[in-house]
Design a protein. Structure first.
Length: 46
């Protein structure tokens, strides 16, 4: 069974729709890192 985890280079992306696996921990991790870098705007769909 493969790990259901996104590669690190995708976690710093502005567009969360590019994530291969959309799971709550991955989204929270990405948002936390963006908040630390003061990049609060993130695209997530539509």
């Amino acid at each position: 069974l493969p790990l259901l985890r996104n590669p690190e280079f995708l976690m710093d992306n502005n567009d969360l729709t590019s994530l291969s696996y959309i799971q709550e921990p991955d989204i929270l991790y990405a948002l936390k890192n963006r908040f630390k870098r003061e990049c609060i705007y993130t695209y997530f769909g539509i």
